[in-house]
Design a protein around this ligand. Structure first.
Ligand code: NAD
Ligand code: IPM
Ligand code: MN
Length: 353
């Protein structure tokens, strides 16, 4: 098949991991007889430096012409002055909002090859297979806000409508039907009015899915349950901020933040695919970042935007085989293993592919 893929490498380790994921996509195209064309554009801090805007109009136009977007990461200390008029992260939020990508899928798996060196007991990691459905274009990230006022206060507002909750909830329930039939909905209904609305809206959707088991979990307890009984979770449905926080937490189950991919979807097949991690300024420029999260994001792109499920599975299997054969980047290496560079790790994935 033919497809146009836009890459937005961004800042920090973004370009380093994106480059490796594109090598994997090229290999998929070669073995499957597909024709992928790429165009690269600016987002984040590098876009601010070049144009003053973290999401230039030109970038939006190029994304609009694409079947899918593969994004690295944005941000870094050089753009993090709290008084700066524009921030790299605004570019990412605007991109998600512009394309109405309300459903952010974040799969979390624990890899047997990494279990012996995990900070959690290996037996707790058996059969861990979680899918976060994070609402991505509403909630406190997008509610009414006041940056300054008189300089002595600022506010952000957690605002949800029933419709915003329910379209994300439907994605979660549909996904559960293809999986193990369970949804855990995360809220803070004991304190927040917006989260009482969330619980009511999710409960209404559940009435259309009598075959799915729904559990409501308060976010604070959920943070604990995800580490105490991770294998009991199937689909976890959460709002924008709670989903952001809990998914980083569960990267510990997968071995590292460098392991978790994501797909940001709306209606239709277009999507933005990115690792859940950020620009990792502490290791940027050293060629040691873990490319797995971005490679697995490319696999999600193949599956969700291009309909190439077999190719997606082949990429996932190649990552798993590389890990099983002992390939490790520094973030997942135990003290007895010599870590591979970002590109050498990708070489190992490509060899298995
Ligand atoms: P981060 O995710 O960049 O890094 C957190 C820790 O995880 C660091 O120690 C880092 O070295 C490590 N890490 C992350 N990805 C890794 C990888 N692929 N391989 C090995 N180690 C990895 O979070 P942060 O340091 O809190 O944020 C840095 C910047 O990134 C901030 O400006 C933040 O806003 C931005 N950010 C962007 C995105 C995005 O673009 N989607 C996501 C999260 C954070
Ligand atoms: C993520 C990031 C973003 C978010 C930031 C950089 C805006 O943390 O993709 O998880 O909070 O959504
Ligand atoms: Mn995050």
């Amino acid at each position: 098949m033919k497809a146009k893929i836009v890459t937005l490498p961004g800042d920090g380790i973004g370009p380093e991991v994106t480059e490796q994921a594109v090598r994997v996509l090229d290999a998929v195209a070669a073995r499957g007889g597909h024709e992928f064309t790429y165009e690269s554009a600016l987002i984040g801090g590098c876009a601010i430096d070049a144009t003053g805007n973290p999401l230039p109009d030109e970038t939006l136009a190029v994304c609009k012409s694409a079947d899918a977007v593969l994004l690295g990461a944005v941000g870094g200390p050089q753009w993090s002055d709290p008084t700066a008029p524009v921030r790299p992260e605004q570019g990412l939020l605007k991109l998600r909002h512009h394309f109405d990508l309300f459903a952010n899928l974040r799969p979390v798996k624990a890899y047997p090859a990494l279990a012996h060196y995990a900070p959690l007991r290996a037996d707790l990691l058996e059969n861990v297979d979680i899918l976060f459905v994070r609402e991505l274009t509403s909630g406190i990230y997008f509610g009414p806000r006041q940056e300054q006022g008189d300089g002595d206060s600022a506010h952000d507002t957690m605002l949800y409508t029933v419709e915003q909750v329910q379209r994300a909830a439907r994605v979660a329930f549909e996904a559960a039907r293809q999986r193990r039939g369970k949804v855990a909905s995360v809220d803070k209904a004991n304190v927040l009015a917006s989260m009482r609305l969330w619980r009511r809206a999710v409960t209404e959707v559940a009435a259309d899915y009598p075959d799915i088991e729904l559990e409501h979990v308060l976010v604070d307890a959920c943070a604990m349950h995800l580490l105490r009984r991770p294998a009991s979770f199937d689909v976890v449905l959460a709002g924008n901020m709670f989903g952001d926080i809990l998914s980083d937490e569960t990267s510990v189950l997968a071995g590292s933040l460098g392991m978790l991919p994501s797909a940001s979807l709306g209606v239709g097949s277009f999507g933005v695919y990115e690792p859940i991690h950020g620009s990792a300024p502490d290791i940027a420029g050293q060629g040691i970042a873990n490319p797995v999260a971005t490679i697995l994001s490319a696999a999600m792109l193949l599956r969700h935007s291009l309909g190439l499920d077999d190719d997606a599975q082949a990429v996932e299997a190649a990552v798993e085989a590389a890990l099983a054969s002992g390939a490790r980047t520094a973030d997942i290496a135990d003290p007895n293993t010599e870590p591979l560079s970002t590109s050498a790790f990708a070489d190992r994935v490509l060899a298995h592919l």
